[in-house]
Design a protein around this ligand. Structure first.
Ligand code: FAD
Length: 415
């Protein structure tokens, strides 16, 4: 009987296991994960769980008994340290595991702050359930919060901190919020949203050091416990804060693949079937840099829907089905009373025009990013049930009339 091994018990790994069984695979499935938890979804960690509005239980992908019931040999707390593609085996904490087919679903890890003091207690990252719970407890003290990075993690965390009544300053080297993700136009919408909730921004500044005030000498026998008290930025200013949140991007967990001789380039390189440079090894989710036939190039998408759908697609490909993973990248976010979905990749340089439909000031609109008249990306803000239509317009590759796109009287399907 065949054994399929999945490294990484996140959303992509869990969905792959579910799909293998759902598609009738009767062999052994071994799911190996570093974390002590069973697979969970991460979006609630910067939203409901961080706000204290959602139970941790609600984040899990499957009920606790699901793995045993479906004969998935799930091993939490197990880290894979090496892959031997020639020998078809992986080395894990608990010993070697042989595989017929292997899926890499190892995700990504937060980029670390490389400054003295970055390992002190008050410095937080947000990737795991425990980190979210720690941060929620820190916010509950009403501490001043400094957030490094005005990306998605930084801004969602800023919203949660403000809703907990903590004073918040965000330090960001780019000229605006979400600048490299959305460009200046939509970045400004998010910047204004946060300002209206009392967030202070320091754009165009980097954090040059962490501020740890000198301490009185400890009494004999007492441990030295330096405390973080803020950051110093490139402007020379000191920004006070007892809680520092670092949200400066993620790095794909591709070192295992690289050490095994697989092709790696900002993630594990795969074809459109999510197959790596080894025919028996596949990759999905945040760690995969996959050829997307729709976009015509490789892309690494570190968003929820890519983990969900990529895990399903990789499992089907492992079963020998014909897979062409060509989804339009999709992302969602919730901040205060703003909910949005974004389809496509609207980074600066990818578009030459932004068209709006609806009321931008009331934050109830759709933004369309166009390049040469063709739709590159679309974001619906507090407007719902249009993501499918936006994706269809992106897929069509047709030249669109901006005036019709902006006209709320014309259904998107007729644009
Ligand atoms: C706080 C937060 C909020 C987010 N919010 C949103 C959102 O609102 N919308 C959205 O679209 N996306 C969001 N995302 C992104 C989304 O959660 C990720 O894209 C998704 O979690 C990726 O899933 P994955 O399974 O590929 O990887 P992961 O979730 O990172 O899971 C990979 C797992 O593999 C394990 N692992 C790594 N190496 C090994 C090894 N050698 N051996 C064993 N196990 C290993 C890791 O410990 C981890 O548990 C958010 C992410 C975070 C952190």
């Amino acid at each position: 009987m065949a054994t399929f091994v999945i490294i990484g018990a996140g959303l992509a790994g869990a969905k792959a296991a579910e799909t293998l069984r759902g598609e009738g695979f009767d062999g052994d499935i071994v799911l190996l994960g570093t974390e002590p938890e069973r697979p969970y979804e991460r979006p609630p960690l910067s939203k409901g769980v961080l706000l204290g509005k959602a139970e941790r239980e609600s984040a899990f992908v499957h009920p606790a008994g699901w793995y045993a019931e479906n004969r998935v040999d799930f091993r939490p707390g197990v880290t894979v340290t090496a892959i031997d593609p020639a020998g078809h085996a992986v080395t894990a904490d608990g010993g070697a595991v042989a595989y017929d087919k292997l899926l890499l679903a190892t995700g990504a890890a937060p980029r670390r702050l490389d400054l003295p003091g970055a390992d002190l207690d008050g410095v937080h990252y947000l990737r795991t359930m425990q980190e979210s719970e720690r941060l929620r407890a820190a916010f509950a003290t009403g501490a001043r919060v400094v957030i490094i990075g005005a990306g998605w993690i930084g801004l969602e965390t800023a919203a949660a901190a403000r809703l907990a009544d903590c004073p918040v300053t965000v330090v960001e080297p780019e000229p605006g919020a979400l600048h490299r993700t959305l460009g200046p136009e939509l970045g400004a919408v998010f910047g204004d949203l946060h300002r209206s909730h009392g967030v202070e921004f320091r754009f165009g500044e980097t954090v040059t050091s962490l501020y740890v005030p000198p301490q009185a000498p400890p009494r004999p026998g007492e441990p030295v416990a330096p405390k973080i008290a803020g950051v110093v930025t490139s402007s020379g200013d000191q920004v006070r804060g007892e809680v520092i949140v670092v949200g400066i991007g993620v790095i794909p967990n591709d070192a295992l693949a690289q050490a095994a001789g697989l092709e790696v380039s900002n993630g594990v390189v795969t074809d459109a079937a999510l197959r790596t440079s080894d025919p028996d090894i596949f990759a999905a989710g945040d760690v995969a840099s996959s050829f997307n036939p729709l976009l015509g190039h490789r892309v690494r998408v570190d968003h929820w829907s890519n983990a969900l759908n990529g895990g399903v697609a990789a499992a089907k490909a492992m079963l020998g089905q014909d897979v062409s993973y060509d989804r339009v990248p999709y992302f969602f976010s919730d901040q205060y009373d703003l909910g949005m979905e974004c389809c496509g990749l609207p980074s600066p340089g990818a578009y030459d025009q932004v068209v709006y439909r609806g009321d931008v000031r009331a934050r109830e609109f759709i933004a369309f990013w166009l390049s040469g008249g063709r739709l590159v990306a679309g974001m619906n803000v507090n407007v719902w049930d249009v993501a499918g239509d936006i994706q269809a317009l992106i897929r069509s590759g047709r030249e669109l009339n901006p005036a019709r796109l902006a006209n709320p009287g014309i259904p998107l399907t007729d644009v």
